[in-house]
Each structure stands twice: as C-alpha cells, then as structure tokens.
Design a protein around this ligand. Structure first.
Ligand code: NAD
Length: 243
C-alpha cells in the first residue's frame, strides 16, 4: 500500500472534452476533485466559475478548494483567427495559474500542452521531447501553447511547485466537439470527393480516456526526489526512475 498522501485535485478546464474525462477518472478512483472553468457543466462536483487570466479568481478558488494538485487543461479551441485570445488565455492565463499555485502553496501542476508545439508543417517522425520548438510556429494557437508550456516547465522546482507538461496530438472519443464535428461537416458539404496528397500521410490519434489517464499518471509520479539525492546533477531520466 502507498504511504504517499493523496492529492486534492483542481481541474482547470474541467468542463471541456478532455477535462471531463479527467474529472470522471479521478472520481472513479475515489479522489477529491473540484473544477474551475468559465462554463459550468456539473451539478455533482464542487465548481468554481472563473477565468484563468484573472489570477485572483484562480487563487481564491484554490484556497477554498484546498487543492494540492492542479491539472490545467483549459484553452480556447484550435483554429480560431484570434491571436490575442490565445495569448491572453494560454500564455498570460497559464502564467496566472502558476503564480496562483505558488501563492497558495499548491505542490503540483500538470499542464495539457499539445504535439502542435513542435509542428510547423513538416513531418515529425520518431521524435521525442528533445525536439526544439520550430523557429516559425505553425500558428498563433500552437505558438501560445508552446509559450505556456515553456512557462510551466520553467516553474518546476520554483517556490515548492513541481510541474509537468503532456503533449497529446489528435484526441478522439466520447464528448469530442471538434474533430468529429469537422469531419461530419466535410461529409455534409459533399467535400469528401477531394483528396490532398497521395493518401499515405500518417497522424497520431489518442483515445481521450488514455489522454486523461496520462494526466493522472503524471500527477501521481510528480513527487519530490528523496532528501539524500543531489538534484543539481540529476538527469530527467534518473529523476523519473527514483520518483
Ligand atoms: P475543450 O474546448 O473541450 O475544453 C477546454 C475547456 O477550457 C472548456 O471547458 C473551456 O470552457 C475552458 N476554458 C477556456 N478558456 C478558459 C478560461 N479563460 N478560463 C477558464 N476556463 C477556460 O478542449 P479540449 O479538446 O478538451 O482540450 C483540452 C486541452 O487539450 C487544451 O489545452 C488543448 O489545447 C489540448 N489539446 C487538445 C487536443 C484535441 O484534439 N482536442 C489535441 C492536443 C491538445
């Protein structure tokens, strides 16, 4: 049996597609969880209505919830022609989440990034997290996700906060409002007769339940190294093994 204390979870963006699966999986395994979002879709889970770009709203909700672990999955949807909104929510909002977490003594932050942060239109085959961000980002959404991820990872170990970022590619499954809706619109408009390319292109898709599970695993693994380990010389691979 684990001797680790159980976290109190706070899911930002918990009313969304991925967020709802994360919340359900936490509830299913008996964890305490509350949700922070601009949209209310719950009647059975403590809910805080607020905008992540307002640091005080996040901090006030964190204090009330007693959260020890934030899972931050909020973002405007991809594909909008609104760079200012992406910057406000994803960059400034994520920085506000980090500041609120540190101000209220939250110990862990799991951030939903995106595989798009390293995509700029050319194939990425067999790459891993060492691949640098492209010099020219794909678009404002992916640029803002990259900046947010950078801020989250830079905050790791600062003021008692441990952080991790997860980069899903395409996500499918129950509750999706973007991918299947888009495919269906193409079908409805009779646009399926057109083919771009030679039909050999590959793209990564992950079932939403597995994406949600990855967030829970990341949260559970995010623990400080033992006191007798010198973390100034430790590699990320070694840190993963000892924790
Ligand atoms: P979604 O739109 O279903 O959910 C996002 C949630 O964030 C919504 O409930 C929305 O109300 C909330 N939100 C937006 N702005 C907010 C703000 N200012 N303050 C508080 N809450 C706010 O999106 P999703 O598909 O569940 O995506 C979740 C995360 O996964 C996002 O960060 C997205 O960038 C990332 N992602 C999604 C996909 C995908 O295919 N859906 C792929 C890669 C990465």
């Amino acid at each position: 049996m684990s001797s680790k204390p159980r976290d109190i979870f706070f899911v930002i963006g918990g009313s969304g597609f991925v967020g709802r699966h994360i919340v359900q999986q936490l509830l299913d395994r008996g964890d305490t969880v509350s949700v922070f979002d601009i949209v209310q879709r719950y009647d059975d889970v403590p809910f805080y209505s607020g905008d992540i770009s307002e640091e005080e709203q996040v901090a006030a909700a964190l204090r009330k919830s007693g959260a020890t672990c934030i899972i931050h999955t909020a973002s405007p949807p991809a594909g909008l022609n609104d760079p200012a909104l992406y910057w406000k929510v994803n960059v400034d909002g994520t920085k506000a989440v980090i500041a609120a977490a540190q101000a209220t003594g939250v110990r862990k932050l799991v951030f939903t990034s995106s595989a798009g942060v390293v995509f700029n239109g050319t194939d990425n085959i067999d790459v891993d997290e060492r691949l640098p961000f492209p010099e020219v980002p794909m678009d404002a959404y992916n640029e803002s996700k990259a900046k947010a991820e950078e801020a989250v990872l830079a905050a790791n170990g600062q003021r008692g906060l441990l952080t991790v970022a997860i980069r899903p590619a395409g996500i499918f499954g129950p509750g999706d409002r973007q991918v299947m809706a888009g495919l269906y619109q193409v079908y409805e408009r009779g646009q399926t007769n057109f083919q771009i390319g030679d039909n050999t292109n590959l793209f990564d898709w992950t079932y939403v339940g597995n994406v949600a599970h990855a967030h829970l695993l990341a949260a559970d693994k995010l623990v400080p190294p033992p006191d007798n380990v010198d973390t100034t010389t430790i590699t990320p691979e070694e840190l993963a093994i000892i924790s």
